[in-house]
Ligand binder design. Structure first.
Ligand code: CUA
Length: 318
């Protein structure tokens, strides 16, 4: 592909984004040239005082031909616009839908750094190690203001917002180091908020994971928190309080007290911890205390990882 000074194409979607960019640039450039050439030609040909024929009362046949030309220059650009819309929408859908076999990584943005966590518990700051050829799904949130996770070589950018999770996925196609930027003005050190994505061969990545092995996985840390914060006092096996059993809840529909149903995803679990009155499970009293201000976003991700790890069990956690 033509380079045009663009960053390298290092993800599966990058060449597809570039192709769309080139197509739109060529079409709009072509239309602009056609319009300017016509303007100049007509400007010279029909300038004041030129002897060219200017028919004021055109015969019917000529009027019909003019209407056809007008219809054509209305419909052809319309079709071009619709085609580029359909093309971009298709790409947007591809971008939005992470493959089922994606490896999850968790990103917490804060002024002014990127904190990354692997399910195995490995933590990184301003660096993200990933294997080549493996779909990676990022689950991202912010601890303070709006940031934006931007990797030009992957042609991907996604806003990272406080109070909710946003997702982004990619499959890296080239090994190497690629810049990571914050693309949303987020305060004094916004310009320095960045880092590198390091794409490694799968075997090399596995060695990296082993070399940086954490004492605890995210789920194990979450389990500890579950006890220390007292969650197990109500949700645990020997609880005297009537609280929902969290085993097997992840990914399932949860009937709520207001008659609606939600799927217990990351968002729902997070809100249940911080805003417990918002969506109370049907059949339970709204007695859960809020943990707002008591735990950080990393802790919440650990707790979610723990609850996810209970997805396939039925028994109450201890
Ligand atoms: Cu974070 Cu700009």
């Amino acid at each position: 592909m033509i380079a045009l000074g663009l960053p390298p194409e290092a993800s599966t979607i990058a060449p597809r984004v570039d192709l769309l960019l080139y197509a739109v640039t060529i079409v709009t450039g072509g239309v602009a040239i056609a319009i300017f050439v016509t303007m100049i030609v007509f400007g010279i040909r029909y300038r004041a005082g030129s002897k060219v024929k200017r028919a004021e009362n055109v015969p019917e046949a000529q009027a019909r031909a003019r209407r056809r030309v007008e219809t054509a220059w209305t419909l052809i650009p319309f079709a071009l616009f619709l085609a580029s819309f359909a093309w971009a929408a298709r790409l947007y859908m591809v971008r939005a839908d992470a493959p089922a076999n994606s490896m999850e990584l968790f990103v917490v943005a804060k002024q002014w750094m990127w904190k990354l966590q692997h399910p195995g518990g490995q933590r990184e700051i301003d660096e993200m190690h990933v294997p080549r050829g493996q779909p990676i799904k990022l689950v991202m949130t912010s601890q303070d203001v709006i940031h934006s996770f931007f990797v030009p070589a992957f042609r991907l950018k996604q806003d990272v917002l406080p109070g909710r999770y946003t997702e982004m996925w990619f499959t890296a196609t080239k090994t190497g180091r690629f810049h990571l930027f914050c693309a949303e003005y987020c305060g004094t050190d916004h310009a320095h908020m960045g880092g590198d994505v390091i794409v490694m061969e799968p075997a090399e990545f596995q060695r990296w994971l082993n070399a940086h092995a954490a004492t605890q996985s995210m789920a194990a840390r979450g389990e500890d928190l579950f006890r220390h914060l007292g969650c197990s006092g109500c949700h645990g096996e020997n609880a005297s309080v009537h609280a929902p059993n969290l085993a097997g809840v992840y990914g399932r529909p949860v009937p709520l007290s207001d008659g609606t149903t939600v799927v217990a995803d990351e968002r729902y679990i997070r809100d249940s911890i911080l805003l417990p009155r918002k969506e109370v499970a049907a059949g339970y009293a709204p007695i859960m205390p809020s943990f707002t201000g008591q735990i950080g976003e990393d802790d919440i991700l650990d707790l979610i990882a723990y609850i996810k790890s209970l997805a396939s069990t039925k028994e109450r956690p201890k």
